[in-house]
Write a protein that binds this ligand. Structure first.
Ligand SMILES: Nc1ncnc2c1ncn2[C@@H]1O[C@H](COP(=O)(O)OP(=O)(O)OP(=O)(O)O)[C@@H](O)[C@H]1O
Ligand SMILES: NC(=O)c1ccc[n+]([C@@H]2O[C@H](COP(=O)(O)O)[C@@H](O)[C@H]2O)c1
Ligand SMILES: [Zn+2]
Length: 287
């Protein structure tokens, strides 16, 4: 009889460890936001090259000034309720608690910097982030992103931006993103993009020289079980007194009702303001 040594012999795992970062309004968080993480993880694992070790939801600051954006404390609380039964997705308040809006490239740098050999991000840990020793190549990192120290000589997990195809397409909206940030996101970090109704991500990548150049670092994930859930539609239904049950987790729905979050009045918030990225990119010289 041959013994099974799998328990005693550690198999070397050369896969790159990945942390998925989803930024957005999450106003409110929907089940589709949670699905993005599942789809991305399945896809990356399916390549055999990546091991997803964590997902981070980073709700945007109130300073983003998007129309209808309810207070960050509520959006954070709802995201926390939505992920309470999930052992690998965390909600991180770093962006949301800041008064000023944070550009996504800066958020990616922040989370990458926080990665250590234990994969600690600063978010509340759900499980001790312990992983066994792995022989790893050091990854290429931007020169202006601080070097990451790994006492055991292992490379830390790499943070990748997780988004829907509409967010990918938003990279082409004039004055919404700094061109150098777009380059940084696709070259230094990488994107995992989930298809979305109404957006053609492949075409957008094809038509953008920058995205085309870095297409190997953009993972396009086809969602076959399509659904068109969006926070905008959820808010609209709520304003009209219609059910959104099963579109948002039950605990989120209870929270929305308890705090009477979405109304004509809340939808009018920021309606007279310019979205912060437009304001910033059109008034300050690019750095
Ligand atoms: N149904 C969906 N399919 C694919 N991606 C989605 C879907 N819903 C949200 N996302 C993605 O989730 C991230 C956060 O999005 P966001 O908070 O803006 O949600 P949203 O549903 O698009 O809300 P809103 O309608 O207010 O814009 C973005 O990257 C967005 O593309
Ligand atoms: N220049 C930038 O870094 C930039 C521009 C627009 C949106 N974003 C981010 O993308 C996300 C978009 O969220 P919404 O789709 O809800 O508007 C937010 O997290 C926002 O901070 C970043
Ligand atoms: Zn959106």
């Amino acid at each position: 009889m041959y013994g099974d040594f799998s328990d005693v012999m550690e198999k070397s795992d050369e896969r790159m460890e990945v942390v998925l970062l989803a930024t957005g309004s999450f106003n409110p968080i929907t089940v589709m936001h949670l699905r993005l993480f599942e789809l991305a993880r399945d896809y990356l694992h399916g390549t055999g090259k990546y091991k997803v070790v964590k997902g981070i939801i980073s709700p945007v600051s109130d300073g983003y000034k998007k129309r209808g954006l309810v207070e960050g404390s509520h959006r954070l609380a709802m995201a926390q309720l939505a992920t309470e039964n999930c052992d690998w997705i965390e909600v991180d308040p770093w962006e949301c608690l800041k008064k000023e809006w944070t550009e996504t490239a800066l958020a990616l740098r922040h989370y990458q910097r926080l990665q250590t050999c234990t994969g600690h991000t600063g978010a509340m840990e759900k499980k001790p982030g312990h992983r066994k020793g792995q022989k790893r190549k050091r990854n290429n990192v931007r020169e202006d992103v601080p070097d990451y120290h790994c006492p055991e000589g292992r490379a830390p997990p790499r943070v990748k931006l997780l988004c829907g195809a509409d967010m990918l397409e938003s990279l082409g909206v004039p004055n919404l993103w700094k061109p150098e940030h777009v380059v940084e996101i696709v070259s230094s970090f990488g994107l995992v993009c989930i298809t979305r109704m109404g957006s053609d991500a492949s075409k957008f990548i094809y038509e953008s020289d920058v995205l085309w150049k870095h297409r190997d670092n953009i993972h396009l994930v086809q969602e076959w079980i399509t659904n068109d859930i969006s926070s905008t539609k959820v808010r609209r239904a709520l304003r009209r007194g219609m059910s959104v049950r099963y579109l948002v987790p039950d605990a989120v729905l209870d929270y929305i009702k308890e705090h009477d979050l979405y109304s004509e009045e809340s939808e009018g918030k920021n309606s007279d303001l310019i979205l912060e990225p437009f304001l910033r990119n059109s008034t300050t010289p690019q750095q």
